[in-house]
Design a protein. Structure first.
Length: 114
């Protein structure tokens, strides 16, 4: 295997992580808006507040300037909290919160949102 092939795969991997984090930003924003809905259970609201707080806080557990791993902490932690919150949010509540998003883009959901 050549060194150039490995470098190209690492660049593609980093680009994929950055793209996922970019998508995650919209999902976090939609979750933040969903937390005001009275149909959202308290556990889901707590997970939303923790996910949004971790995503937007200025200090990371692992600094972002460390290649790959720096972005993975946000991707893993926020995705896990978001997935938990989305499993707890009723489908109609999520659909009314994120009308402009692609229907199947919500993490943890498959297919069209009811």
């Amino acid at each position: 295997m050549t060194g150039g092939g490995l470098r190209d795969r690492m660049r593609a991997y980093r680009a994929n992580i950055r793209r996922r984090i970019g998508d995650l930003k919209w999902d976090v924003l939609a979750l933040f808006l969903a937390r005001r809905d009275p149909r959202v259970p308290p556990k889901a609201r707590l997970a939303i507040v923790l996910a949004v707080g971790y995503f937007f806080r200025p200090i990371d557990l692992i600094p972002d300037f460390i290649p790959v791993i720096g972005q993975l902490d946000e991707l893993v932690i926020v995705s896990a909290l978001a997935a938990f919150a989305l499993r707890s949010i009723p489908g109609r509540s999520w659909a009314s919160t994120a009308p402009g998003r692609r229907r199947s883009s919500a993490p943890g959901r498959r297919g069209p949102t009811p």
